[in-house]
Design a protein around this ligand. Structure first.
Ligand code: 3PG
Ligand code: MG
Length: 397
């Protein structure tokens, strides 16, 4: 962490702080349905405000193609004020007169949210003139949006070249947790990777096999590996055209001394529905008209002992069709086991990615992991070993 400047390295008093946050929260009918991301950034905003800085929030919402009322940040700013327990002013544009006037009206300690940066197409282009327009609103730039750091946009990256740049408290915590998980972990390290498809995670698997000591593969993507090894997976989801890719990843793992832990049995149903009748089968006996919807009980045992052997765990993706009961069982049981090891001080556990957070919440253990990232795409790109533009720009030059 020493190579990132943080809020400890700047006197915030009276400063106009352009603070990049992730306000891309789930909404239904104009109301925020999950405040996790708002809760996460609250400490940074509060600290800037308490230290008499002016917190000017920059964020995107959705993927609008231009100004679009349904993607306004106004209702999010309202909810943020509730979370913070202090007022949040709002400006109807992130540049130009509306923004300049709103900033000029701020007193030390005030919080202001600017409208969706993606209402300007120049944001995603990282357009220098747009960056300059944003930059004139602030004295320093603080990036607290790890989950948007895989985007090289004006507000997530461009500003870092134009203003003194600092990591916010959430970004700082995220980078510290990720560092402990893959860059400088306590060994042995185990990764648990699940989810439906190998095709979306090829780069990730190839990077991980060279970094971790053991890799558990679950979810629909495990079927692709089993099929590649000659297992008859019946009607299970499997990307049969990726058999060669799967074998290449297995070879790479072997060369790197990474143990691959694939399912040894499977929970099979005959239609894809919650509570569909199901049985556990050995891999040599998967019925031709059956569908693997979860790892089987012996596989869960193997995952448990693999977790017991590890000092560090990185987790992304569910082990089965966790959105359908009882096919969430493998994921829930393994997550609870990892949580218990973490609570016992035996394991550093880091998890991230959209479905993963939902699965840990379903298991009731998100709070017991060492760190749960709210990032989706950025977490995956980090696991792929790719530099994230919004993080790279923070490295002290
Ligand atoms: C997210 O919600 O994952 C981040 O805010 C990034 O959003 P994006 O994928 O639209 O860039
Ligand atoms: Mg996304």
């Amino acid at each position: 962490m020493s190579n990132f400047r943080t809020l400890d390295d700047v006197d915030l008093r009276g400063k106009r702080v352009l603070l990049r946050v992730d306000l891309n929260v789930p909404m239904e009918q104009g109301r925020v349905t999950d405040t996790t991301r708002l809760d996460r950034i609250a400490p940074t905003i509060t600290e800037i405000s308490d230290k008499a800085g002016k917190a000017i929030l920059l964020a995107h919402f959705g993927r609008p193609k231009g100004p679009d009322a349904k993607d306004s940040l106004r209702p999010v700013a309202t909810e943020l004020a509730n979370v913070l327990g202090r007022p949040v002013a709002f400006a109807g544009d992130c540049i130009g007169e509306a923004a300049q006037k709103a900033v000029a009206a701020m007193k030390d300690g005030d919080v202001l949210c600017l409208e969706n940066t993606r209402f300007h197409k120049e944001e995603e282009k990282n357009d220098p003139a747009f960056v300059a327009e944003l930059a004139r609103l602030g004295d320093i730039w603080v990036n607290d949006a790890f989950s948007a750091a895989h985007r090289a946009h004006a507000s997530t990256e461009g500003l870092g070249h134009k203003l003194p740049a600092y990591a916010g408290r959430t970004m700082q915590a995220e980078l510290e947790a990720l560092n402990k998980a893959l860059e400088a972990p306590t060994k042995p390290v185990i990764a648990i990777i699940g989810g439906a498809k190998v095709s979306t995670k090829i780069d990730l698997l190839e990077n991980l096999v060279s970094k971790v000591d053991a890799l558990v593969i679950g979810g629909g993507m495990a079927n692709t590996f089993l099929h590649a090894q000659g297992v008859n997976v019946g009607k299970s989801l499997a990307e049969k055209d990726l058999a060669a890719t799967a074998l290449r990843i297995l070879d790479k793992a072997q060369a790197a001394n990474c143990a691959i832990i694939l399912p040894v049995d499977a929970t099979v149903a005959f239609h894809f529905a919650a509570n569909a009748p199901s049985h556990a089968y050995g891999l040599d006996a998967i019925p031709a008209d059956g569908m693997i919807l979860d790892v089987g009980p012996q596989s869960v045992e193997r995952v448990h002992s693999a977790i017991d052997d590890a000092a560090t765990l990185v987790w992304n993706g569910p082990l089965g069709a966790f959105e359908l009961t009882p096919f969430d069982r493998g994921t829930v049981v393994a997550a609870r086991h990892a949580a218990a090891r973490t609570k016992a001080g035996k394991l550093v556990s880091v998890a991230g990615g959209g479905d993963t957070v939902a699965a840990l919440n379903q298991a009731g253990v998100a709070g017991d992991f060492s760190y749960v990232s709210t990032a989706g795409g950025a977490f995956l790109e980090w696991m792929e070993g790719k530099p994230l533009p919004g993080v790279e720009v923070l490295r002290a030059k």
